[in-house]
Design a protein around this ligand. Structure first.
Ligand code: PLP
Length: 426
């Protein structure tokens, strides 16, 4: 069968298709390795469903207070089992990943306590919560102080400085797994484990929280398998499998998850309240699909790195590096190329494919930003999406793809746009 015809019908030139096909042909071994991880994680998730006895009744939702919501409570048992923790809080009332992280920070930290990030600056949206960028209501206003130790030049942990920064006030240590929109490498679970061992060696009762966003199911273990007391993420990223319409999760030690539930609802009520309304089925089904969805997104990221590296563009991570999250960045070097790339991703979307993305002055950014997304769930970044600020070095960040074939087509279309506008030669 000649796939070229259908690609051609969808606007892909033969030169572009052939160039990409040659690259895809070299990726078989890497894709096999990704499939093996997906298979392991699929069985891990299925095993949790089985041992928690997920039943048809779990798929119905509650209203009002949400007392005795069997589906919600069983789902939390499933998450706890998957992440190998004592307890879990998985709720649509958690609005996003930032809210989940904020809930945990405010749940645990008390006036006079100190928060430490030993892996450099945390994700942008946390700056206002911590008070690095002092917003009304931030932890700073409650008398919680913050310290940060940056990674070393080579990406390693600055153990000496970390030891010196842990003091009598240090209550919580936050570790971000994914690089997010920074240039540092994403941390493997193994490296997170080493860091946790070190900080607990310095102060055994310190609480370690991991921002697990974009990392779930990329490896066969999670940070909660290597000593993290809390692991936190968004359901419109990896673990929601593209089906969860909103929500976040917090997994970890029971006493800490209970504190988070007290913060999310109220002391005393905690996990007992919070109607699941109609979301239980999509939370279950999304988690069930998440391992293979993440595998598709990873294949897309590797494919893109191979395509663009071959054309001479710097990719982070590069084409051969191991992967610890689903984010790929490509340094395109000019505004025209960045815009064309995003147009290609948008044109490949299942929703709003006819929309042309334009750079705009997004609040909170120094320069204009361009974003491409045509998602079923607003803002979902487990679905194929791309964005980048229109400033040096004109890097595009992209992630997701609910199927490998969609991710592949999106990347081919990004290249097609660059080719058609004569911004590259093949
Ligand atoms: C996405 C993300 C968050 C949370 O972002 P939301 O948009 O609020 O879900 C936090 N940390 C990292 C590393 C992320 O990638």
């Amino acid at each position: 069968m000649d796939l070229n015809n259908i690609y051609n019908e969808l606007g892909v030139d033969k030169e572009v298709f052939d160039f990409c096909s040659d690259i895809e042909a070299t990726l078989k071994n890497r894709f096999d390795a990704i499939d093996k991880i997906a298979e392991y994680n699929q069985l891990k998730v299925l095993n949790a469903f089985r041992s928690c006895k997920v039943s048809e009744g779990c798929l119905y939702g509650s209203t009002g207070y949400g007392y005795n919501d069997m589906g919600r409570d069983t789902l939390e048992e499933v998450y706890a089992k998957v992440f190998n923790t004592e307890s879990a809080l998985v709720r649509s009332q958690i609005a996003c990943g930032t809210h989940a992280l904020s809930t945990a920070l405010f749940a645990i930290l008390r006036p006079g306590d100190e928060l430490l990030s030993p892996v450099g600056k945390p994700y942008d949206t946390l700056e206002g919560i911590i008070g690095i960028n002092p917003l009304p209501g931030s932890l700073t206003e409650f008398g919680v102080t913050y310290r940060q130790v940056d990674l070393l030049e080579d990406g390693g942990f600055d153990y000496e400085k970390i030891r010196d920064s842990i003091n009598a006030k240090t209550k919580l240590i936050t570790i971000q797994r994914s690089k997010g929109y920074q240039t540092r490498p994403t941390l493997s679970v193994e490296r997170i484990g080493e860091l946790i061992k070190f900080v607990k060696g310095v102060k055994p009762d310190v609480i370690v929280m991991v921002d697990n966003c974009y990392g779930e199911f990329v490896e066969i273990i999670e940070p909660s398998d290597v000593g993290a007391d809390l692991c936190i993420g968004s359901l419109i990223k990896n673990p929601g499998g593209g089906l969860a319409p909103t929500g976040g999760y917090i997994v970890g030690k029971k006493s800490l998850v209970d504190l988070c539930a007290y913060r999310l609802t109220t002391p005393g009520l905690g996990k007992e309240v919070g109607a699941s309304l109609g979301v239980n089925t999509s939370f279950y089904q999304g988690l069930f699909l998440a391992p293979t969805i993440v595998a598709g997104a990873l294949k897309g990221a590797i494919f893109a790195a191979c395509v663009y590296e071959k054309l001479g563009y710097r990719c982070v991570p590069d084409a051969t590096e191991p992967r610890y999250d689903i984010i790929q960045s490509v340094v395109l070097g000019s505004p025209e190329k960045l815009i064309a790339f995003c147009k290609g991703i948008q044109a490949a979307a299942p929703v709003d494919s006819f929309v042309v993305p334009e750079p705009w002055p997004m609040p909170g950014y120094q320069s204009d930003v361009i974003m491409a997304a045509g998602a079923f769930i607003q803002g979902s970044s487990i679905e194929l999406s791309a964005d980048g600020p229109l400033t040096e070095p004109y890097a595009v960040y992209f992630q997701g793809g609910l199927t490998w074939f969609h991710a592949k087509y999106g990347i081919i279309m990004s290249l097609e746009m660059l080719y058609k506008e004569k911004l590259i030669t093949l």
